[in-house]
Design a protein around this ligand. Structure first.
Ligand code: SF4
Length: 140
């Protein structure tokens, strides 16, 4: 059975892992992270990304330039990431502080926070069951 210190250690371990993965995703060179990319709904095709960079648009034969995959962004010299390390960290903290979004995006972290905050301390059986469950999830 995990004690409180072990759960706290696991929390910070997992917190660091999630933040690292989030930074990797949001700081990567992909169309969704480019500050020039805007998404619009196109009939029968769903949401599509379009480039709004003036240098690209002016050189394009078409009035619109579709940028809807990471390959296009990977090969684009005008790519400019709209996110920074600080903005990703800030966004992550906001998610963690909101139980609903945290539960949706990082359910394991939400469980750990819930256990550490002692919201269920009145019921030791539930706490112990969650600790066991979490131990299995982390080890699994
Ligand atoms: S084409 Fe380049 S500048 Fe334009 S949205 Fe895509 S990555 Fe950004």
């Amino acid at each position: 059975m995990l004690d409180e210190k072990s759960i706290t250690d696991r929390f910070w371990q997992y917190y660091g892992k999630c933040l690292t993965e989030r930074k990797k995703e949001y700081l990567s060179k992909c169309n969704l992270n480019c500050q020039y990319n805007t998404r619009h709904r196109v009939k029968k095709q769903g949401s599509i990304g379009f480039c709004q960079n003036p240098d690209i648009i002016s050189k394009s034969r078409n009035p619109v330039f579709v940028c809807d995959d990471s390959d296009t962004a990977q090969n684009c010299k005008y790519f400019s990431c709209k996110n920074t390390e600080a903005s990703v960290e800030e966004g992550f903290k906001e998610i963690i502080h909101n139980p609903s979004t945290c539960g949706h995006e990082y359910p394991k972290l939400a469980i750990l926070i819930w256990v550490l905050q002692g919201d269920a301390m009145e019921n030791k059986g539930i706490i112990n069951a969650i600790r066991s469950l979490f131990q299995r999830i982390l080890n699994g």
